[in-house]
Design a protein around this ligand. Structure first.
Ligand SMILES: [Zn+2]
Length: 410
């Protein structure tokens, strides 16, 4: 087999970063009538490019198959809504945005973020490839263009109006054609405009052993070092960066045209580069050494669940996120361990998790069945979930989450 080409620099890539075996697409929730039908499984193996050190997955399906009818509606997480509202206020303040500005969001989902700009009278446009979530955005008054973003889309949009603020949260990592996407941003950005992008930080993935954030839709895993290199190749300069706690540790990068001298590099950008280098992210051996930690964690997760079952405890899941599906499929956890999982999203309820076939029930099932242990699959939201469902403790129930090892929480 010829090795795949790096999605950024084109070099052949063969070095394994993490091998999670064969897995179904993380968002292909099954209706119960398809429980006995065949499900496609694809290799879930992250590789690292020896030339540019970009950690990435190979693509085995078309983006349309992966992303159309995407069941994720951002509005179902209150923590995420609050994060977005604060972001909008900060951007309006820092860049002086108002009625004459133009804000464009790439992968604008159901308009959960742009709605806050609309409330403040700032004109917006969303770009969102999933027609069903885009329809929800239009309903809440967020104009939305239904298409995958790249140079061709950017040229059409730029002919109308360039973006003073061009943002994308949790999209850069999901882009199959990374170079076309970043080149498109160069086209659509106004001369003195600002780009902000948020995505999970590879440094945190490695430090906190967050291999369950690897799933087929998530093609690229960026450090600040690699993302700077990608933007620079397209004439864009990253001048600032913030470290956020969202999704277990994300970066918010700030980009501008390379010749926009009004935006000098900040101290925190220089400091993060130095810290990534000190953590070994410029050294191929760091990436090569990660795979063993993944295998060790699988054994630890199974040991805890087996011990709990041997004590006769009932275990259920909370949430049906992509990271839960990675964990359950990689570790081989099905209804032999988790009786069911619950999710707030009515589009997921009544379905089965892909691969593991754990049924997804409404949250009320917790009160009805009083499980002994509730494993929080979206561990990044565990504080919010434990607070909302504190009543689980009334019958002696315990929460568990990977943090980073799977453990019972106090
Ligand atoms: Zn490369």
């Amino acid at each position: 087999m010829t090795p795949a080409a790096c999605r950024f620099c084109g070099a052949p890539i063969e070095t394994v970063f993490a091998d999670l075996g064969m897995s179904p697409l993380a968002n292909s929730y099954l209706p119960p009538e398809r429980a006995n039908a065949m499900e496609p499984f694809y290799p879930l193996r992250a590789l690292v490019c020896e030339q540019c050190l970009l950690v990435q997955l190979q693509q085995f399906e078309t983006p349309e198959a992966i992303f159309s009818d995407y069941a994720y509606f951002s509005s179902y997480s209150t923590t995420w809504l609050e994060h977005s509202r604060r972001y909008v206020e900060a951007m309006i303040e820092r860049w002086g945005l108002g009625a004459s500005s133009h804000v464009v969001e790439l992968a604008s989902n159901d308009g959960y973020l742009l709605q806050y700009f609309v409330e403040r009278g700032v004109p917006v446009l969303g770009v969102e490839p999933a027609a069903n979530v885009a329809a929800a955005a239009v309903e809440r008054g967020v104009p939305t263009f239904v298409e995958f973003f790249g140079v061709a889309t950017a040229e059409r949009l730029a002919a109308e109006r360039k973006a003073d603020l061009l943002l994308g949260n949790n999209v850069l990592a999901h882009v199959p054609d990374l170079n076309d996407f970043v080149a498109g941003m160069k086209v659509l950005l106004a001369d003195d405009g600002v780009i902000t992008m948020e995505f999970p930080h590879l440094l945190r993935l490695i430090e906190d052993n967050q291999y369950d954030t690897i799933y087929h839709e998530h093609f690229s895993y960026f450090s600040f070092l690699t993302v700077r290199r990608v933007f620079a190749a397209h004439g864009l300069r990253l001048f600032d960066v913030e470290e956020l706690e969202t999704h277990g540790g994300s970066l918010r990068i700030y980009g501008a045209h390379e010749d926009d001298d009004a935006k000098p590099e900040t101290e925190r950008a220089r400091e993060l580069l130095a810290r990534e280098e000190a953590a070994g992210l410029t050294d191929l051996a760091t990436y090569r050494g990660y795979a063993q930690r993944v295998t060790d964690d699988k054994r630890a997760v199974l040991s805890l669940l087996i011990a709990l079952k041997r004590e006769g405890r009932t275990i259920v899941g909370y949430g049906a996120p992509a990271k839960g599906n990675t964990l359950l499929n990689y570790c081989g956890i099905g209804t032999d361990f988790l009786d069911y999982t619950v999710d707030l999203n009515p589009h997921k309820q009544g379905h089965l998790l892909p691969g593991s076939h754990v049924p997804i029930r409404p949250v009320e099932a917790l009160r009805e069945t009083r499980p002994d242990v509730v494993v929080i699959l979206p561990w990044n939201l565990r504080a919010e979930i434990m607070e909302q469902h504190a009543y689980v403790r009334e019958w002696g129930g315990r929460f568990a989450a990977r943090a980073p090892e799977l453990q019972l929480l106090p």
